[in-house]
Structure formats: C-alpha cells, structure tokens
Design a binder for this molecule. Sequence first.
Ligand code: TLP
Length: 353
Amino acid sequence: MNFIDLRSDTVTQPTPEMRVVMANAEVGDDVYGEDPTVNRLQELAAERMGKEAGLFVASGTMGNLIAVLAHCQRGDEVIVGKKNHTYLHEAGGISALGGVHSCQLPNLPDGSLSLEDVAAAIRWDDPHEPVTRLICLENTHNACGGVYQTPEYTRQISAFAHARGLLVHLDGARIFNAAVALDEEMGVGARQVVRLLAGPVDSVTFCLSKGLCAPVGSVLCGSKPFIAKALRLRKMLGGGMRQAGILAAAGIIALEKMVDRLIEDHSRARKLAGGLRQVPGIVLDTGTPATNMVFFNLTEDVKWSTGEFANEIKKQGVLISDAGERRFRLVTHYWIDDAGVEKTIEAFGIVLE
Ligand code: TLP
C-alpha cells in the first residue's frame, strides 16, 4: 500500500531534480575542504542566513550539538525552553557529550521564552553556580505546534542576551517555514524575513532534509571564528563526510527551489485542519496550523487508545505521529497533495464516525 505519510516532513524523499543533480555532482574530499559542491552550499547557506560562514552537518541534532559545544565550556549553563527539541529530543547530547548544564524554562504559546523568566534564570557570579552562557531558541517551534516567533522577538531577546554577555543559538530547523508564514503579513519576501530571524542570533542551524526535501543534512551558520571552532567539533563527533557533495547538491536545490513552495504545505495544513474540525472526537489546538503542522487531541469518548487510534488510521492508508497521550501531529510536505489531504479527512471520518 502507498501510504499518505503525515508523520513528519522528515519523511520527504528527494525530488526528481535533486536525484539528477546528486548523480552528477562535482565532489572532492570535504575533510580537506575540497568538495566544491559542499563549499557552494555552505556559502549559499551563510548568505541566506546573513552570516559570515556555514558548515554542512549530518543532521539538525548535530548542528545544535556542535553549536552548544562551540559556545560553551563544560559546566556552563544553557537556558532552553522545556519543549525545545534540543532539550526534549536530542538524547541529552549537550550534557552527555558537552558537560553542559541546562536551565529549562516554560515556553510561551508561540514557543518563545519570556524575557522576565530569562532574566530571573541568569546566574549570579558566584562559585557555587554554573556560568550562564547561552540561550537556545527554536523557530518554528515544533512541540508548541509548529508556531513561529517574530523577527521583533528574536531581535529583542538577542539584544537582551548580548547586553548581559550571553550568546544566542537558534534551532531554525524549519526557519523557512517561519519566514514564509510571517511573510504572508510582512510582504517583504521570505528571504528577507529569514535574514531578520537569523541576523540577531550568534548561530543558527537549519535543516535541508525536512520540508525542503533534501535527503540528508543541515547547515550551521555563524561568524568565521565560530565556524572554525565548529569544524573541529564536527570532526571530533565523526561528522567529516568526505565526498558529501552528492548530498550538498540536493541541499542547493532545496535552498534555491523549495523555499517559496512551503506556502503550499501551509495552505494544505489549513485545509486538513478545516476538514478535521468537522470530525467528531477531535479537538484541534487553538489556532492550529500556524505553518505545516496540525496538532489535535482525541476527546474522552473516543474508545481507542493512542496506539490503537494511529493503527486504525493506518488501516485506512494514512500514517500519523503521536505527540503524547491521546495527542497527535500531522505534518504536510511536498509529497502530500490535495488528494492526500482529502483522503486523510475521509479516513478520519471513517474511523471516528
Ligand atoms: N524533529 C523530528 C523529530 O525528532 C521530532 C520531527 O519529526 O519533527 N530541531 C527541530 C525543531 C526538529 O523538529 C528536529 C527534528 C531537529 C531539530 C533534529 O533534526 P534531525 O532529525 O535532522 O537531527
């Protein structure tokens, strides 16, 4: 059976054009800095983020980990949202591998951290305490519902951090989704919005292998000295990838051709939410979807458990992710078309009516 796979935008396969450029990519040994395609991707990524330099890494997790290791020393503390991916879903790498302590703050509904909470969390200069070094942001914010924060917020919190000698890292795994959504109101072009979102922070990771459809990889961007440090850390973590131009070639297509079309994923997510709203037994998150993610809970009267429900939906040819007890996430992406959305709404109707 050909499933309609809404579990994540990480399931996206490379586009036909990506497969062609991958097959024909000019490559070299990237550990020697000699892969022309990787070098081109890194320059393009840095330009898009408004940073001096970029580093191609194996995954978003690796990009975030390298950023924290490059900014912090062992025993330093990172301020991070309780629902941030780096805190929830990266296997505790920052503490296991970096000896970095975390101070977790509640996320506001848009995924942001309140400046009051951050101010109260900054440590005293006291030998009993770890040194507060870094604030980690996430935009769009996955566990908060694929919601986004504004350039104004990013500017504010970064200025606040810098005034106190702190650094800021942005997990921008889906920063292009944020930019495209924000641009519906701002109207300055998604490229410009990305630069406004990434400009104020010290480092940013974004993923090529989610809504942008590349098969593998993320790019970590920042200043030249930061990326020089990050390069050594990537080697240390076993992330030197040799003829990685085969992968970077798809990444270049991702950046050049796949960003503006994310608006289609957002509009299909809206259509999906609109259809699901009519199905009994489902309570959609207020305001969902902000971008390409639809989150909902099952009402008490639905007889299925979380696992059983996902399985019933699967029997109808649709794959969905659980996001907690009786809670689910549906993610639209390049490989979900209008017919897929309709079939999904139908599948929910069959299972729940
Ligand atoms: N997120 C995955 C799962 O791990 C939850 C998904 O399906 O959404 N930052 C954010 C905000 C992410 O959502 C993810 C992946 C990552 C970082 C990690 O990226 P990868 O999977 O490339 O390590």
